[in-house]
Every structure is written in C-alpha cells, then in structure tokens.
Design a protein around this ligand. Structure first.
Ligand code: GLA
Length: 728
C-alpha cells in the first residue's frame, strides 16, 4: 500500500507544481558575517542555521546589530509561472530590516537601501517591501534555485521579519509604472513599462465643490521597455484629475489622482506688516535671540522702543540680542520702515521663569531628510527660511533631528558630530547672528531611533556640550531607552518620568534657555505630567506621515481630550508638518496629502496650538506651500497669547467643528468635512450647533476677507476656517 501512496503523492505534487501560480518559502539558511562567495549558486551552505523568514533574527535568538548577514533561500520554481503572463518572474521578498542586495543563482537582481560603506552612506529601507523582477533566463525551471540575500542591519532587530518569500507572476504595477503630477496649469501622466504591452488610459476631471465629473477621455497606448509614454491635460485650480490604466495584454489596472493646488492666502502688502508672536519669554540672564517678523519690501530698517538695558537691536537685520537680569514684563514697540511706509507693533518681552509662551515655530530635518541629513542641508533650509521670507512670519527654530551623532564619543566621553556636521557650533553662531535658534535631537537611551549614539549615562556632559554649541531646543526621544525600561519591573508613571526628569535637571543648569521637547509618543499620558518635568512640549502620538489616515488619526482622533493640558510654556505636540516636499530620505517628493488635506492640516495645527515645525525642504518650497505656512491671520491663531487649545464642539455626519477662544475676545472656528464628498454647510446653522448666534459676517481666515454667514461647500477632507467676533 505504502509503495503506491508515495509515488501517487509525488505525482500529485508535481501536477500541483506544474499548475502553481506562485511558490511560498518561509525558511532559509542563515549566516552572520559577509563574504562575496555567499552569492554564488553552488556555495555549500549546509552547515548554516535555518531561520524563519517571518520573524526577525533577534526573535530567533540572533544578535547582530550594525553588521552584515546572509540568507540563502532554496526554492524550486515551476515552469507554470511562465504561462499567461509577461516573461518576467517576480521575487516578492517582503520588507527587510534594513538594506539588502539580492542574487538569483549568482545573477544580481536588485538592491534596496544603502550600506554604511556605500558612497551615499547608510540609508535604511526596513519598511519597504522588496519586489524584484528577474530575467527568466536566470531561472532554473522546475529545479532548485538559490536566492542569496546580503543584509545590513543598523541597530536591532534585523533581517526578514514579516512574511514568507513569494515567487510568482508580476502584477501590473511591477511591470508598468504610472506617475501623475501637476505642472503649472497642466497635469502630466508618465507611463513606463518593463515589457512590451498595451492598454487603455482613461482620464476624468471632477469639480471638488460639486462632485461633478467632466472632460472624460479614453486613449489606447502601446508601451515598450525603451520608451516613456507621456500624456498631459490642462487642469484648472482645485480640479481633481483621476486616471486609470487598464493593461489589455496581461490584465490589471493602475490608478492615480491629482488635485490641483489653489492659493487662498492673499499676497502680503509691500508695506511693512508684523506677523510674529506678541510676546517672547526669556529667563533672567539667558541670552535673548529674537528676530522681528515683518513682511514687506526690502530693504527694511528696524527700531524697538522701550528696550531694557542689556538688550540691543541690529537695525538692519531686525535681531534682538543681549539679556535682562530683572524679572518683569517689558512693554516694547517694534517698528519697521521701508520705502512704502512704517508699521508699529506693541509687544511684551516677558522676563521670568517661563519660555515658549507661544508654540514654537520653525523647521525640523526629519520629515524631509530623515537619516540623510547633513549640515549643508540644514544650512540650505535655514538660509531659505530667511531668503524665502518664512522668518518674516515668526519661524525661528532650525532643528537638527537624528543622524548628526558620530559613531563614538570622544576620549573624554563627550558626544561629537559625525562627518556630515563639520561645525555644529558654527551653525549655531550663524543662526543666532540671524535671530534664529538651533535645535538638536537625542535619546535618553544608549541609541536613538535611527541607531545613532544616545545620551544614556552622559546626561550632564551632553547638556553642557549642547550649551557650548548654542543649542536652544532639545528633542529627547525615548527610543533606545526602552532597553533600560524593559530590564526593570517598574511600570509606574515614575518610571516613565525618570529619564526626562534627569535631563531636565541638567538642561536647567545651563546658562541659556533650551526648549525641552519630549518625544515618547504619549506613553503614560505624558500630557498629565509633562509640565512637571518642565517640558515645553510633548509628542502625543507616534510618528506622522503624509497620508489622510495618519493626519486623521493623529490630528483629529488623538487630540480630542487633550485641550486641558496645553497652555503658555507647555504644548501638546501632534508631530511635525507634512506639507511641501518630504520623504524621510534623500529622495524628496510632494506631500501625498491633497491641497484640501493640507489646508485642514495647517488649520487644525493652528487650532490645536501645536508646535509648527515645518517638515519639508524649505529651499524647495513652492507658492502653494508658502501660502499654507505664511498666512498671518491663520498663524495668529496658533500663536494666540491665551494659549488655549481648541475643543471639538460638534461631530455630526462627518462634519467636525473645533474652536478656541482668542485673546482679542474672538473665537477661531474650524469646520472640517471629513467625508469623501463635498458637503454644503450653512455657517449660521453650524454656529447654532455651538450655541452661537452668527453675526451677518464672519472672517474667513484663509481668504482674509469678511464673508456672509451663509452656505459654503466644503470639499472632501477640506475646511472653512473662520473667526467670529461676537462682541466687536
Ligand atoms: C522617532 C521620532 C521621529 C524622529 C526619529 C529619528 O521615530 O518619533 O520624530 O525623530 O525617531 O530617528
């Protein structure tokens, strides 16, 4: 009997293999270390250990931080994969922590990320699924093949971690790429194919205020590996263009949409206009670094009336410096003059225990450059902050995020910069001379999130070093501290507070004001104790990214109960802005948020009294992004001196209304449409939901005009941001 069963099973297996559309492999041979011989098909790996491809190597008892290791996957690839598809074979390896180079039977297939010894330096791609197409000539059909994968792992864990490797037929998005981008008044579709194929492109244009579609087009296209196919259509402001490509030869559909930006902020007048905060807090004796934020035609001359002793003004740059020993409120008048006129602004310099009396405004390197940040890139955004006029709207912090740290501390234990930051002190000096401030990043753990050196055990020394460099802002990121935390049994709030309290002590010993930004993603309800460690802000959530889902979860869902905890000197931080060109790497792209989602983002952050840290490359800022970041009436809500964070007053049928009272007796109100379709909203009725009686007109903050309290269509994921002044 047995004799019959086995051959029958084998036959069945072969039949199944002959039909198979894909093969899955969940184990591989594994070896730490590095040797080019491992890529060869015939290499004998029989002595290597076997690891699962569905769990990282730490979970399987392997420690191998900051090093190379190899996987060799043995797999029979059935010839059935050749049928009914392109010739190409897909190696779907899933994500790999952190970089990989892959060979099939000794033939190089592809690479993701970049290794520390590569010319461009280390770039992790831990979260990127690898989908490599291979030439069918390199496949051994119906025989054993070897996929050799060289992995570099920065920090821990490491390697394959998510799912089995799949060898199959490519999907349409593997052999055709479609990109849809906007250019001035047009929208441009680029199709590129890895094989010869053909299909149909369909395009339609939708009006976001009526949801009506017009101008539908259909075009057959022939694609060949050597040429790009480019189609373009005229597009008007705010229109939504949707495109699909249907592959006729191999099947599958690709789609993309593009919403044309539209600018609401009126251009600034040529006359001087003050756009900055109305107060500035500094501790007695601490250096004052403050740049007067006036827009208007240059050249401009500045003056300040009422300056206390010890403070001086650079009249051509408009930069205040010096210090004041005596606590107190110093009323000043800020004056700016140009060829077209003069502007005067009452202002209070508050010398006391509190700093950050309004939320910090500035830039941080993370959302654009990620770990590829360098001093040159930071300088380029800093210079653009001034040259492109963003400093005229109160943006003043230039914050270097992770990846500035050298691999090792100096012999005396002090932290040093890596070769990408040749002169951090010089950077600080330049910023201060221009009235801007320097921010830095570290972790209370031994490692940062990016795997760089952390501060653990060097708290005092690091605080002193940062003071010597002129650091004005510290983002202190939990990350590597989880190792210390996990090694102890204590899960009390005190255990979460401890590392932050420790650093606070040393920061306060420095003879300068250092904004203290806690980054621990909201653990242990940080908003309830952040002020007790003297924090000026605390991250309330995990990392933001440039998708509506992320914006919705972080901005709307996670903030509803946090308004009681914000106030002058200490702010809830829902993470940095994701408008403009972002990318968390050397490869920047336009934010994937639609223009309406970006208006929603900035409106919400203004209402939430959130840190306004620009996450894009300022040197590449376009007019639309400038319009988002530099609307003085919108920013005035964020910087309002009462510092009261908005409350969600109404949530009905996907329309959310958030409001905050302002120091001038008015109320700022955001009416958000979270639906997938445009919705007409009557302002009088919306205000009635908040028990408010609408005056005949309200202020539209984005458009900077008074509008009747009638009905307006709010586009999908868009907003009307208004100011209501009942008593005026
Ligand atoms: C964490 C933080 C990010 C950024 C990175 C740097 O993910 O939340 O904002 O600082 O670390 O590695």
């Amino acid at each position: 009997m047995k004799k019959l069963i086995i051959p029958t099973l084998l036959l069945l297996l072969n039949l199944l293999m002959a039909q198979a559309q894909e093969v899955m492999v969940s184990e591989a041979r594994f070896c730490k270390g590095d040797d080019p011989a491992y890529q060869k098909a015939g290499f004998d790996d029989s002595s290597w250990q076997v690891l699962s491809l569905e769990k990282d190597w730490v979970q399987q008892g392997v420690r191998n931080p900051d090093s190379y290791a190899w996987y060799r996957i043995h797999v029979v690839i059935p010839s059935s994969l050749k049928k009914g598809s392109t010739d190409l074979v897909l190696l779907d390896l899933g994500p790999i922590d952190d970089t990989d180079e892959t060979w099939l039977n000794g033939h190089f297939v592809g690479k993701s990320g970049s290794n520390p010894d590569d010319p461009e330096g280390y770039v992790s791609k831990w979260n990127t699924p690898r989908r490599y197409l291979v030439d069918p000539k390199t496949v051994r059909w119906d025989k054993e093949n070897v996929i050799a994968v060289r992995v570099y792992n920065g920090g821990d864990p490491g390697g394959f971690f998510e799912r089995p490797v799949r060898i199959g037929k490519p999907a349409v998005n593997d052999f055709v790429s479609l990109s849809l981008t906007g250019e001035k008044d047009a929208c441009r579709l680029v199709l590129k194919a890895a094989v010869k194929t053909s299909g149909i492109v369909e395009m339609k244009v939708t009006n976001p205020l009526t949801a009506e579609s017009g101008l539908a087009q259909m075009r057959p296209v022939r694609l060949s590996p050597k040429q790009e196919t480019v189609l373009s259509w005229p597009v008007e402001e705010q229109q939504l263009v949707s495109v699909t490509y249907r592959d006729e030869k191999y099947g599958g559909v690709l789609s993309a949409s593009y919403a044309a930006p539209y600018i609401l902020t009126p251009p600034a007048p040529v006359t001087p206009r003050y756009n900055g905060p109305l107060v500035f807090g500094v501790r007695p004796g601490s250096p004052i670094i403050f740049r007067l934020a006036f827009s208007g035609e240059r050249p401009m001359k500045y003056a300040v009336e009422g300056l206390p002793d010890g403070v001086s003004l650079d009249p051509s740059k408009g930069v205040l410096s010096g210090s004041v020993a005596e606590k107190g409120d110093y009323p000043l008048v800020l004056v700016a003059t140009n060829a077209h006129g003069e502007a005067r602004q009452a202002f209070t310099l508050k010398v006391g225990d509190k700093i950050a009396l309004t939320p910090p405004m500035g830039w941080n390197s993370w959302n654009c450059w990620g770990l590829s940040v360098s001093q040159e890139k930071v300088m380029s955004s800093a210079a653009a902050l001034i040259n492109r006029g963003l400093a005229d709207y109160g943006y003043s912090y230039i914050n270097v995020d992770d990846a500035w740290e050298a691999e090792e501390r100096a012999a005396d234990g002090s932290i040093v910069c890596n070769e990408k930051f040749p002169d951090m002190k010089g950077l600080g000096d330049w910023l201060h001379a221009n009235g801007l401030k320097l921010g830095i990043y570290s972790s209370p753990g031994d490692r940062t999130c990016g795997g760089y050196l952390g501060t653990l055990g060097h708290e005092q020394q690091d605080a002193e070093t940062w003071n010597a460099w002129g650091v004005d802002y510290l983002k202190y990121d939990w990350c590597g501290y989880s190792k210390v935390f996990n090694a102890q049994a204590d899960r009390s709030t005190a255990a979460y507070v401890r590392p932050y309290l420790k650093m606070q002590e040393y920061l306060r010993q420095q003879p300068r004001d250092i904004f203290y930004s806690l980054c621990q993603y909201g653990m242990a309800n940080v908003w309830t104790w952040g002020h007790a460690v003297d924090a000026n802000s605390w991250r309330t959530t995990g990392d933001i990214t440039d998708t509506w889902q992320s914006l919705y979860n972080i901005g709307f869902e996670r903030q509803t109960k946090l308004y009681p905890y914000a106030g002058p000197g200490h702010w809830n931080d829902p993470d940095m802005l994701v408008v403009g060109k972002v990318g968390w790497s050397d490869h920047l792209r336009d934010s994937r948020l639609t223009p309406d989602e970006q208006y929603t983002h900035i409106t919400l952050w203004s209402l939430l009294a959130a840190n306004m840290l620009i996450g894009c490359d300022i040197a590449q800022i376009d007019d639309f992004t400038f319009n988002l970041l530099c609307n003085n009436e919108v920013n005035a809500v964020n910087q309002d001196i009462l510092g009261i964070q908005a409350h969600r007053d109404s949530d009905q049928d996907g329309i959310q209304i958030w409001s905050r009272p302002l120091a001038d007796g008015c109320i700022a109100i955001g009416i958000f449409n979270l639906n997938e379709d445009p919705v007409p909203v009557n302002l009088t009725e919306a205000l009635a939901r908040m028990h408010l009686i609408a005056p005949p007109t309200v202020r539209d903050l984005w458009r900077q005009e008074d509008i009747p309290a009638t009905t307006y269509v709010i586009p999908s994921h868009g907003v009307r941001f208004i100011k209501l002044c009942p008593c005026l």
